[in-house]
Ligand binder design. Structure first.
Ligand code: ADP
Ligand code: GLC
Length: 496
């Protein structure tokens, strides 16, 4: 089975969040099960500079919004894990350093609709005509709003189909909060018919919604955890799309993300001071001291150290962490925050670290290596999100024996088993789950963590259970494969 992944970011080429990790680690997991998965990415500098042995596989016809004579071609290459990666080399759109979606001043690139429509149109073209080297996908699997127009183009671009089979489409929602919304007058330059601007199709409250296109036109929809699949069909977490999602509930499923155990394994991690496994928990002490030094914290082995590795945004509940700091200080704890995000939250954290010198450490940076050191050295990893489609950092934490402290939402609820008396007795507890998403609930969980920390042997028991949890990709890759297969069966029965 041939599957083309379409994503706007992928580790290690370009990454702003968990989507990049998924785009990097799910394809090899699918390949291990026998699927021929390839990946289409925008040709950002970070992609073009890192790919090996690139060759032009096909030139591309006019892409919407591309100036006359501007270069647009599809490059093919072997990427990480010998995965075939296609890059859309269109310098007018993608030869821009830094964040893939935003200008250096933090505002969205004004031509984002053209940039990601070009990606989608290229994917659709590959779906109909192949890559120029004879490879034609059976299924196109798009991720998030940047890939939302793929099925719209397959359906509406007015290409002559010549009886060619149209690939099946799968669309995965990684975050419903980012929808790719643009004014209605973009439809014409994008080459989409104006009669698609209805509530049933592309219109989202007066705007054109790229994510909505993915939701209404794709054959199958998935999101990244079972709980989130359920939550987004309700008003509170549906971001105005709950009606569409309820209508499509029969093709919507939640498949939990996994993590890449080759990059995230404390026994082999090249970034950390002292490697360890679940039988060598004492070795974590060296990593804790390293982390305390890296964040300017007092080097105290006994201080309960809370780590945070996150985008600093409202979604992630960072404001709740700021408000919880006095209580954590009162309990003798320490906090190390690694992240970047909203100016307001960055400032609030900077003020707190100045107020609590040596006890609240802050690194306003995006630093892959340091994120591994936080996971290996902290006692608790805090993720008090207001909503969380899946969340990867709590899974990294489980793997590293850092007990996650999370809210009961989305993938956090699906991956962390709360320390209750019964769960301790059955040795199933893996972390702390708050009983609501607010400050009092967060404080109650913090206190429970401090309480358990005083019982060293119990704490280590929970660490060992956490480290033994299956957080790899295999089961979920099987689930995706089942979904692809069901689509192929459908299309065969339709053509008969
Ligand atoms: P989201 O995609 O919503 O940001 P996830 O938990 O799915 O949340 O994924 C976040 C990814 O980004 C993880 O791999 C995490 O380690 C990484 N990350 C977040 N902030 C930073 C940072 N400041 N430095 C390094 N890695 C970070
Ligand atoms: C999104 C979500 C996050 C999820 C990630 C990968 O960024 O916010 O919860 O883990 O995508 O699916």
């Amino acid at each position: 089975m041939r599957i083309l992944f379409v994503a706007s970011e992928c580790f290690p080429y370009v990454k702003t969040g968990g989507l990049a990790d998924v785009a990097a680690s799910l394809p090899p997991a699918l390949r291990a099960l026998g699927a021929d998965v390839r990946l289409l990415l925008p040709g950002y500098p970070g992609v073009l500079d890192r790919l090996r042995v690139m060759r032009t596989v096909r030139s591309l016809p006019a892409l919407p919004g591309l100036p006359d004579g501007a270069r647009a071609r599809l490059l093919g290459s072997l990427g990480e894990d010998d995965l075939t990666v296609y890059a859309l080399d269109a310098p007018a759109f993608f030869a821009r350093e830094g964040n893939p979606y935003q200008r250096p001043d933090g505002r969205d690139w004004p031509d984002n609709h053209l940039r990601f429509a070009a990606l989608c149109r290229t994917a659709a073209l590959m779906g109909l005509e192949g890559d120029g080297d004879g490879w034609v996908p059976d299924i196109i699997h798009g991720h998030d709003w940047q890939a939302g127009l793929v099925p719209a183009y397959l359906r509406h671009a007015g290409w002559v189909f010549d009886g060619k089979p149209v690939p099946g489409t799968v669309f995965t929602i990684h975050n419903l909060a980012f929808q790719g919304l643009f004014p209605p007058d973009v439809l014409r330059p994008l080459g989409l018919p104006s009669d698609t601007f209805t509530h049933e199709e592309l219109e989202y409250y007066g705007k054109v919604g790229f994510l909505k296109a993915g939701l209404v036109y794709s054959d199958r929809l998935t999101t990244v955890s079972p709980t989130y699949a359920h939550e987004i069909q309700g008003w509170e977490m549906g971001f105005g799309l709950d009606g569409v999602l309820r209508r499509r509930a029969n093709v919507l499923s939640g498949i939990l993300n996994g993590i890449d155990l080759r990059h995230w394994d404390p026994a082999t991690d090249p970034f950390i001071t002292q490697r360890y496994d679940s039988g060598q928990l004492d070795r974590r002490a060296a990593n804790k001291a390293d982390l305390q030094r890296a964040f300017g914290l007092e080097v105290r082995p006994d201080a309960l150290l809370f780590g945070v590795v996150s985008r600093l945004t409202h979604q992630k509940g960072i404001d709740l962490i700021v408000q919880a700091l006095p209580r954590i200080m009162g309990l003798g704890g320490q906090v190390a925050v690694l992240g970047t995000g909203s100016a307001e939250l960055e400032q609030a954290l900077a003020d707190a670290s100045a107020d609590h010198k040596g006890r609240v450490g802050l690194r306003l940076a995006y630093d892959e290596g340091l994120s591994h050191r936080v996971q290996a050295g902290a006692d608790v990893l805090m993720v008090p999100s207001r909503f969380e489609p899946c969340g990867l950092t709590q899974m990294y934490a489980l793997r590293y024996g850092t007990l996650p402290l999370v809210t009961p939402v989305g993938g956090l609820a699906d991956t962390v088993a709360d320390v209750t008396e019964a769960a301790l007795a059955h040795r199933t507890a893996t972390g702390f789950v708050t009983d609501a998403v607010d400050l009092p609930a967060l404080l109650r969980a913090v206190e429970r963590a401090a309480g358990l920390y005083r019982h060293g042997e119990l704490w280590r028991q929970v660490q060992r259970t956490a480290m033994g949890r299956d957080v790899g990709w295999e089961a979920s890759a099987q689930a995706y494969l089942g979904l692809y297969t069901s689509l192929q069966v459908d299309s065969t029965s339709m053509s008969q």
